[in-house]
Design a protein around this ligand. Structure first.
Ligand code: GDP
Length: 362
């Protein structure tokens, strides 16, 4: 029954016992199925036992692995082999249709107006969804078949409402909003670009691996032309230099200009953050990358060369890649950057933060 239900069969034997009559019988049975079979000879802890394990080739099963479950030797390779033999069901991965956005920024940059514009868009590009809010503080809107939760909209001022007292940049509030959202829209004012506090919030979003979009609002107030836009982009990137890939949007909450584009940018950033790269494609990329540009050896000693065995994507949102290497200390920053660029170019990650982790192989 187990054989019938399995995609791959691992036949586990014991080198100390040697080939038993039962092993022979099972092997005979296994040879009749057309399922992929892996023979794993366990307890192969030393060279002598490895020699003894050769006896198991006599069972006539082609795919054989010598392992030691106790010492965790060969187990990983066995696992990889199992994965290779699994039927290639195309991983149909549809990203979730819900995402949460926080809108943060200094006082007076236009957060309230922008939020109101999103919630009450007259051209009905968005419509409030009644009774679906996750939290009384939040507002749910639907946009292009996505359900977007605008985080912490409780505090926004209604149009015409006068603001009393001097409200500071509510950093604490912004910090909470960033933590509760998938993507942060950091609103800045076209007439007064990214300040130190903006950089602080941006850094927080980055450090906690959230999505980030910089929005330059009040774009109607500046004399717009291409040159100006490029200069603004330059200024923003200069301020947030560690985030090379942050999308920048230009909006006017007053005229509604750019708001649709901003929301579309949020959706495409979201999709990018949900992207999964097939395992095999990653190994090809790694092989290409390493053969084009071998990791440099440290201090001219060939032994001190970084060796990368494999790379896996272990998570989305943000896409996270784990490289199994001989010694993470041998990784040079520039080589890490090179690998990151390869992944970006090959698989089309243009806007999101990627996480690359280097672990010693086991
Ligand atoms: P908040 O403190 O960030 O929520 O900012 P508000 O939404 O209250 O906006 C502050 C002021 O800027 C208000 O007087 C708005 O009318 C004005 N404002 C907001 N967005 C725009 C915009 O895109 N263009 C122009 N010209 N004024 C804007």
């Amino acid at each position: 029954m187990a054989m019938g239900a399995a995609d791959v069969i691992v036949f586990l034997t014991d080198v100390i016992e040697g080939v038993t009559a039962t092993d022979e019988a099972v092997a005979q049975r296994l040879r009749r199925t057309d399922k992929p079979i892996l023979l794993a000879v366990n307890k192969v802890d030393n060279d002598n036992r490895e020699l003894a394990a050769a006896e198991f080739f006599g069972l006539g099963l082609n795919d054989t692995a010598f392992i030691s479950a106790y010492h965790n030797y060969g187990v990983y390779d066995l696992l990889e082999r199992i994965v290779e033999l699994l039927p290639r069901r195309e991983l149909e991965w549809t990203p979730p249709m819900e995402l949460s956005l926080s809108i943060v920024g200094r006082t007076n940059v236009g957060k309230s107006m922008l939020t109101n514009a999103i919630i009450g868009e007259e051209r009905s590009i968005v419509s409030p969804v009644a009774g679906t809010t996750r939290d009384a503080l939040d507002t749910a809107v639907s946009y292009r078949d996505h359900e977007i939760t605008l985080v912490d909209t409780a505090g926004i001022r209604r149009p015409g409402q006068v603001q009393r007292g001097i409200e500071k940049y509510s950093v604490l509030r912004a910090v909470n909003a960033v933590h509760r959202s998938d993507i942060t829209l950091l609103i800045t004012d076209a007439t007064e670009l990214a300040t130190a506090q903006d950089a602080h919030i941006a850094g927080l979003s980055w450090d906690t691996n959230r999505g980030l979009i910089v929005v330059v609002n009040k774009w109607d107030l500046v004399n717009r032309n291409r040159f100006r836009m490029e200069r603004v982009l330059h200024r923003v990137r200069e301020r947030l230099h560690f985030m090379r890939y942050v999308p920048v949007c230009f909006t006017s909450a007053l005229t509604g200009e750019g708001i649709e584009e901003m929301l579309d940018t949020a959706l495409s950033l979201w999709q990018e953050r949900q992207k999964r790269v097939p395992y095999r494609d990653l190994q090809y990329l790694l092989a290409d990358a390493v053969s084009t540009h071998t990791p440099p050896s440290q201090r001219g000693n060939i032994r001190n060369r970084l060796r990368i065995r494999r790379v896996r994507q272990v998570a989305v949102n943000p896409p996270t890649f784990v490289f199994s290497v001989n010694d993470p200390k041998l990784l040079h920053f520039s080589y890490q950057r090179y690998l990151e660029n390869q992944i970006r170019d090959r698989f089309g990650f243009d806007r999101t933060h990627l996480r690359l982790i280097f672990r010693p192989e086991r």
